[in-house]
Design a binder for this molecule. Structure first.
Ligand code: ATP
Ligand code: FE
Ligand code: MG
Length: 332
């Protein structure tokens, strides 16, 4: 079984080939056009996907050493994501499957982020809880089996990656700001300043408050000292990061306790954050958790995770018709 998988939900165009459950490659073209706008511009993203998709698929097929006529299925991200971006991947996947007369497999991007844990060893055992933290999502997911997942908590407003990026923008850091905030935080004191930790019921997150809190905090300090940010960048970054991680960990601990689960997985781009990784390591020794973090390449948007999800769906014979359309707000 050889499956070609395509990812185009946001600003990464990616293709991957999985052969009998083994990922052969993961070709990713990152769009740089958005940098100067400080955020993803949907219309530019769709156009860039159109430019990148054929070369990326070509490279995946050629480097896999598998003839295109030996492909058994084509998988693609159906949602959630930007409608225009998804449309490019879905249309391409449909025509490719139609031309080769092979089945199509529709994949949920958020399920795929979680299934990235099954690409390499060690793999979490069921049931586990996955904290998915990315630019667009913050979710706690109870994973009972590869294709049996339930969202047990999520954000009611901004995603945590968005909170990283928006506060970084207020501090004048380049886009996307998350990795820069992480870098400066390493040199700073996480207790230097205090920001409010949102107090939401149950397993619900909220990250819109911190952005406003940082905005007012900066306004007040800049009045007295126009150099305030330059003078205290590391401490501000460390304090913001500390607050964001603390918010995440509070709910993760609550979920683990409530469901009596110690197998804990992290997915999405924010899992690259060094403070988050350190804190998870602490908690694993404190609470006896087994923590799983995928390779960074499989944390951010990539087609290998789509291919992995397709592998499980193929085994179940879960195919879709040529009349399938993208679903921008697709749920797990
Ligand atoms: P989604 O998967 O929800 O559609 P997305 O594609 O934007 O959203 P990813 O590509 O998985 O999300 O992750 C990007 C996010 O990860 C950005 O918000 C970025 O700032 C953040 N990020 C990456 N590295 C770090 C880091 N070291 N610390 C904090 N945030 C980080
Ligand atoms: Fe993603
Ligand atoms: Mg991205």
């Amino acid at each position: 079984v050889n499956i070609l998988a395509i990812e185009s939900s946001c600003d990464e165009t990616s293709a991957s080939i999985i052969s009998n459950g083994k990922i052969l490659n993961n070709i990713v073209a990152t769009q740089s056009v958005h940098e100067k706008y400080g955020g993803v511009v949907p219309e530019l993203a769709s156009r860039a996907h159109q430019q990148h998709l054929i070369p990326v698929v070509h490279e995946a097929i050629v480097s896999s050493g598998i003839d295109k006529n030996a492909l058994t299925a084509v998988a693609f991200t159906r949602g959630p994501g930007l409608m225009g971006s998804l449309m490019v991947g879905v249309s391409f996947a449909k025509s490719f499957a139609y031309a080769l007369d092979i089945p199509l497999i529709a994949i949920n991007h958020m399920e795929a982020h979680i299934l990235a844990h099954f690409i390499d060893e060690p793999k979490p055992s069921f049931p586990f809880i996955c904290l998915t933290v990315s630019g667009g999502h913050t979710q706690l997911v109870l994973v009972r089996d590869h294709l049996d997942m339930e969202v047990i908590g999520e954000t009611m407003d901004d995603a945590v990656g968005e909170a990283f990026d928006k506060t970084a923008k207020l501090l004048g850091l380049p886009y996307p700001g998350g990795p820069f905030l992480d870098k400066y935080a390493k040199e700073g004191n996480p207790k230097a300043y205090q920001f409010p930790i949102s107090d939401m019921p149950d397993l619900t997150f909220s990250f819109s408050g911190i952005k406003t809190a940082v905005l007012y905090f900066l306004r007040d300090h800049l009045k007295d000292n126009p150099q305030f940010v330059e003078d205290n960048l590391a401490d501000i970054c460390a304090s913001v990061q500390y607050t964001l991680i603390k918010t995440l960990m509070q709910k993760l601990k609550k979920a683990a306790k409530q469901y009596k689960i110690k197998e804990i997985a992290i997915a999405g781009g924010v899992s690259a954050n060094s403070g988050l990784r350190d804190e998870l390591e602490n908690l694993s020794s404190q609470l006896g958790w087994k923590v799983y973090i995928p390779k960074f390449e499989y944390c951010t948007d990539n087609a290998a995770m789509i291919a992995m999800a397709a592998h499980y769906k193929y085994q179940k014979g879960d195919f879709c018709g040529l009349d399938v359309s993208p679903e921008a707000r697709m749920k797990i």
